[in-house]
Ligand binder design. Structure first.
Ligand SMILES: Nc1ncnc2c1ncn2[C@@H]1O[C@H](COP(=O)(O)OP(=O)(O)OP(=O)(O)O)[C@@H](O)[C@H]1O
Ligand SMILES: [Mg+2]
Length: 323
């Protein structure tokens, strides 16, 4: 299980700290695909980086922590912010945004697999034995072992992304963090990558944290999701419930902006822009764009509360409305 406990983080800049994650709390369960959605700049990548413990200057955790607990090969483990990197690849892995550059363009894929395994975990296995395991793994993911002989530049963008996902998950980590894994790809290839992630999850029963600004992606693959707005969660819940019946006005706008089958109307998009994180407005950060905003919203920050079982929203108007 992945527990995010009162996590706040900021970027140190010359004149001011930019508070980018604002007291986040979240439990991501074993065996689920958890989605994180929200507009560009709301802090999705920053959240994944802090979970993965790559908080290099100017990013800094101001308070709180992330805990990664579970059991592997009959042994319990517990890692938290500060030592999570000790268990990279083994229990948690990260596919960064614009991951294509992760692959070395002049090294064959098989060498990149071999080099990705820490020596202490290879034991007495020969390279050939490791490669046989890699081949079996690729077959399980329905990828051709032939790609092992290729150089990255010989593969299409979609295939490179599949290789990166296979590489990141080869050591069967319980948690896979994937940042916009489909964004740069066309729709058909996107679908293939999403299928791969779902297959992976079903086969290995791991947890996938999937970041995407694309609500359509979340609708297709995630079990639960969190909607981020300006460094906080606006809403958390089961994906089906969020789409069927969004609580937060921001979620409602995101859901309404999705085109539906047969609907030819022009989508309005969300008026206004997200607030600058440097000088956020007081009160609810969504208030300047919110059709329901009242004086209370402009003055007081709404807390994220459990509105229904397993359903959280940070909105002063969270009483369920009967329409
Ligand atoms: N190195 C940095 N120094 C200062 N501010 C930064 C830095 N990196 C990111 N930020 C700020 O932190 C905020 C969150 O950035 P982040 O990359 O986490 O957003 P995101 O939700 O992943 O966006 P996108 O959808 O575009 O990938 C942004 O407002 C950004 O300007
Ligand atoms: Mg990002």
């Amino acid at each position: 299980m992945l527990t995010i406990d009162h996590l706040s983080a900021s970027y140190k800049t010359m004149d001011k700290d930019v508070l980018t994650l604002n007291d986040l709390n979240l439990k991501i369960h074993d065996n689920e695909i958890f989605g994180i959605a929200g507009e560009s700049g709301c802090g999705k990548t920053t959240l994944l980086k802090t979970i993965y413990d790559i908080t290099e200057y100017p990013l800094q955790i101001d308070s709180g922590k992330v805990m990664l607990t579970g059991e592997k090969n009959g042994k319990e483990f517990h890692y938290e912010t500060g030592n999570i990197r000790k268990t990279w690849w083994e229990n948690i892995t990260y596919v960064p945004q614009a991951a294509q550059s992760v692959l070395n363009p002049i090294v064959r894929i098989k060498r990149q697999f071999l080099d990705s395994i820490p020596k202490e975990q290879r034991g007495n296995e020969t390279e050939e034995e490791v490669l046989n395991r890699v081949k079996k793994y690729l077959e399980e993911l329905q990828l051709s072992p032939d790609i092992l002989e290729a150089y990255p530049f010989q593969l299409s963008g979609g295939m490179r992304q599949r290789v990166i996902i296979a590489l990141a998950t080869f050591m069967s980590p319980g948690v896979v963090l994937a940042d916009e894994p489909t964004t740069a790809l066309d729709v058909v290839v996107q679908k293939g990558i999403l299928m791969l992630l779902m297959r992976l999850q079903r086969q290995f029963q791991n947890t996938i944290v999937l970041v995407s600004h694309d609500m359509g992606v979340h609708y297709q693959v995630t079990d639960r999701m969190g909607i981020m707005y300006s460094g906080s969660f606006a809403e958390i819940g089961r994906t089906g419930d969020i789409f069927r019946d969004p609580i937060h006005p921001y979620t409602k706008m995101l859901v309404d902006s999705l085109p539906r089958v047969g609907d030819k109307s022009q989508k309005a998009g969300i008026p206004g822009r997200p607030p600058a994180l440097k000088n956020p407005p007081p009160g609810c950060r969504f208030a300047p764009r919110c059709p329901k905003a009242t004086d209370l919203c402009r003055q007081e920050v709404p807390e994220l509360v459990e509105v229904e079982k397993g359903r959280y929203a940070a909105c002063h108007h969270n009483e369920r409305e009967v329409e």
